[in-house]
Design a protein around this ligand. Structure first.
Ligand code: UGA
Length: 433
């Protein structure tokens, strides 16, 4: 089928490349010329396993352009996969979604289905439909369908090709039939609902996972107080198939571009309807506190961080991505710098992005030194924070901690066995153990 995709971020680009992999002809539209040029040269602007390989493998079925008019004029299906960033009040900023809808309305010369893939508040698809009707230039039928995505960064390609489910939120049999044709090559279960339920499935799923993490983090905090071990506790919980054994890892809180934004957006939306969604509110509050948990632990060992050398292992919000959005490092490093510490930082792929963010932050970036290996970052440090469970960190020869000036390791991702660290004779604190 002839498909166009608006937006070349995680959602748009991964969707486009996976649809091309299944045999469709796909045009990717983005207004950012630098990004389009990069894509045209066969390079992916995001760090995502297998993405660049598939882009190159299916180059003849993939086109990248800023010329939306040409891309939309005769597409059978147009996906909207642009960002819906958080506004200051917690609500979702829908400017890019509505702008894409306007561009589609101005350009479409053929009947087509406009599929909203971006995460949008319930009712947004209706508004997109209204924009299409109002702004359309040609005498065409433009139907709207909701098709939320469930991909996670780092595993985005396989999450799309082997999706746990494909949700089709449609208001007509025709839209259902066209979308089933789009996904004919996929083996995932298909659930057909109305548009509002599909929009809600996305928020309800993400917020449930965020809730699960905050719940486990609170149980972990309690484990520390009562002498239980969170890893044994979650192992016991996870054996119950009703609970499931995934997303039970305690740590210093969830980050990324989705959970923090989507919990706040649902909370905002509930408030808008005069309802307080208390469970989600609690998940948000627990997560904020969890992010500074290691700093609190550190204050037991040092009254002040002034003059200390602090090794920071891991800057990204999770491993296998270079994304820093809402990463715990972004909360903790500025506080440490403010209090006069020097940071010896290491990350597998996130350093460049971290430098860009820190340039804009109001803190003393001269006191950050970046190292190519975690071993170098640890050398002679007074304190070590682990914020991301990169494989390189988990594979460290534990003896390396003896090269620190004072071996105090505060691990926010439970990377090491407590017994082994005890044998080593270092001070090791993790989460819930
Ligand atoms: C998340 C969802 O997992 C996807 O299903 C969804 O499609 C996506 O949001 C989205 O809405 O686009 P993502 O944000 O890429 O994906 O990353 P996750 O793997 O879900 O991790 C999110 C955060 O939770 C990370 O900071 C991670 O460290 C943390 N986490 C995850 C825990 O603290 N404990 C766990 O057990 C699992």
């Amino acid at each position: 089928m002839k498909i166009a995709v608006a937006g070349t971020g995680y959602v748009g680009l991964v969707t486009a490349v996976c649809l091309a992999h299944k045999g469709h002809t796909v045009t990717c539209v983005d207004l950012n010329e630098t990004k389009i040029k990069m894509l045209q040269s066969g390079k992916s602007p995001i760090y995502e396993k297998d993405l660049e390989d598939l882009m190159q493998q299916h180059a003849e079925r993939l086109t990248y352009t800023t010329d939306y008019q040409n891309a939309y004029k005769d597409a059978e299906v147009i996906f909207i996969g642009v960002g819906t960033p958080e506004k200051k009040d917690g609500s979702a900023n829908l400017t890019y979604v509505y702008e894409s809808a306007k561009q589609i309305a101005q350009s479409a010369e053929k009947n087509c289905i406009v599929v909203v893939k971006s995460t949008v508040p319930i009712g947004t698809n209706d508004k997109v439909e209204a924009i299409l009707q109002k702004e359309k230039v040609h005498d065409v039928t433009l139907e709207v369908a909701s098709n939320p995505e469930f991909l996670a960064q780092g595993t985005a390609v396989s999450d799309t090709l082997y999706a746990s489910r494909i949700v089709l939120g449609v208001e007509s049999e025709h839209a259902e039939a066209v979308l089933k044709e789009v996904y004919a090559g996929f083996e995932s279960p298909i659930l057909v609902t109305n548009r509002r339920s599909a929009e809600m499935i996305k928020y309800a799923s993400n917020d449930f996972l965020a809730l699960k993490i905050s719940y486990v983090n609170e149980i972990a905090n309690l484990c520390e107080l009562v002498g239980a071990d969170i890893q044994d506790v979650t192992a016991g919980m996870g054996l119950d198939p009703r609970i499931g054994n995934q997303f039970l890892n305690a740590g210093i809180g969830y980050g990324g571009s989705c959970f923090p934004k989507d919990t706040k957006a649902l909370h905002w939306l509930a408030n808008f309807h005069d309802y307080e969604i208390k469970t989600v509110k609690a998940a948000i509050e627990v997560n904020e506190l969890q992010k500074i948990k290691l700093l609190k632990k550190a204050r037991k060992y040092y009254e002040s961080f002034d003059g200390l050398t602090v090794a920071v292992l891991g800057l990204t919000f999770k491993p296998d991505t270079d994304d820093l959005r809402e990463a715990p490092s972004l909360v903790n490093v500025p506080i440490l710098l403010d209090e006069g510490a020097t940071i010896h930082a290491w990350d597998a792929v996130g350093v460049e992005n971290f430098q860009k963010v820190m340039e804009k932050a109001d803190c003393n970036t001269n006191n950050i030194v970046y190292y190519a290996t975690p071993e170098e970052a640890l050398n002679d440090a007074d304190l070590c924070f682990i914020f991301t469970e990169w494989a390189d960190v988990k594979a460290l020869d534990l003896q390396v901690f003896q090269t620190m000036k004072k071996a105090i390791i505060l691990d926010g991702r439970n990377c090491f066995e407590t017994e082994k660290m005890k044998e080593l004779g270092v001070i090791y604190e993790s989460i819930g153990r």
